[in-house]
Write a protein that binds this ligand. Structure first.
Ligand SMILES: C[S@@+](CC[C@H](N)C(=O)[O-])C[C@H]1O[C@@H](n2cnc3c(N)ncnc32)[C@H](O)[C@@H]1O
Length: 289
């Protein structure tokens, strides 16, 4: 069955004159070229439902004319890419990463900060901030007095994503209190305040985080190295060559001995393996020399 037939069968309101297989292919090519996102044929309906409001708002009568628009208009193209991203995330996702960080990585960094050194973290593909705050809560830790002391030191976290709507939510730093349930009690008590159904991230955490719009496939304006990079459940949307190029860039951007955490279904392959050693499932460390 072609996509057009599938559209007709499953969504009677979609006319082949408005959206067809050629349009789906064109949008897939743009998403891949611009953001590395691979959209297999099975996503044809998802593309239709995510993009048709933009087609309508733009005043274009068909997807074909909207595609001409986005080829020429970078701002509209950015909106299309944002609409095609999947931003699903939650607090303390893949808890074993935070447990590993707390027991194996954090103590050395806390020492370094107390000796006057600096620590730089990057949540690459942070979506709406749940990963960012989970990492910072883990860093400041269960001892509130120690956490407040750490927060005054030279610790910074960059949280980046291509989806600006997700970053807006991240900056608001307010979630439903029930969303925080996966976070260990002591961390939740120390670093959030609950009011009614809402939980607000503590100001001490907020002042450590910078949220930036960044396409991981584009240039990275950050000058320094990172001690820890979390890039989880982002590369699943990319093809192999794109993944390999990206992890090689992450490996370059890590400080010697720095840590890379990736999503549970992802693996590092390719040239990055010359620079990284495996430390556990989906946890890698940059070799020191
Ligand atoms: C499923 S979320 C993962 C969020 C979080 N890291 C986690 O594991 O819960 C994937 C995020 O990657 C972002 N993303 C996809 N392609 C990107 C790209 N080329 N550059 C930057 N971010 C991208 C999406 O906008 C989305 O917010």
């Amino acid at each position: 069955m072609s996509i057009v037939e599938a559209l007709d069968a499953s969504m009677p309101g979609v006319s082949p004159g408005i959206y067809d297989e050629k349009d789906f292919r064109a949008i897939s090519e743009i998403a891949h070229a611009e953001a590395g996102i691979v959209l297999p044929k099975g996503k044809a309906m998802l593309v239709y439902s995510r993009i048709s409001p933009l087609v309508r708002d733009s005043g274009c009568a068909t997807f074909a004319s909207y595609i001409i628009r986005i080829r020429e208009d970078a701002t509209e193209r950015q909106k299309t890419i944002c609409a095609l991203t999947t931003n699903h995330t939650f607090f303390y996702r893949e808890a074993h990463h935070f447990e590993h960080f707390a027991s194996e990585v954090r103590p050395g960094f806390v020492d370094r900060l107390k000796r006057g050194g600096k620590v730089r973290l990057w949540s690459a593909g942070s979506s709406s901030g749940e990963e960012t705050w989970s990492l910072l809560m883990t860093f400041l830790g269960p001892d509130r007095a120690e956490g407040l002391d750490i927060a005054k030191r030279d610790l910074r976290l960059l949280a980046s994503d291509i989806a600006t709507h997700a970053l807006t939510k991240a900056r608001e730093a307010t979630y439903r209190a029930e969303d925080l349930k996966p976070v260990p009690d002591a961390l939740r008590r120390n670093w959030t305040s609950v009011s009614g159904d809402d939980a607000k991230i503590a100001p001490e955490l907020q002042q450590l985080a910078r949220f930036r719009s960044l396409n991981l496939l584009g240039d990275w304006p950050m000058k320094g190295e990172f001690d820890v990079i979390f890039c989880r459940n982002v590369m699943i949307y990319f093809d192999n060559p794109t993944k390999e190029r990206l992890v090689a860039r992450f490996a370059e951007k890590l400080s010697p001995g720095g840590w890379l955490y990736i999503g549970h279904s992802e693996r590092v392959t390719g040239p990055a393996l010359d620079l990284l050693s495996t430390q556990g499932p989906t946890i890698y460390r940059k070799r020191s020399a």
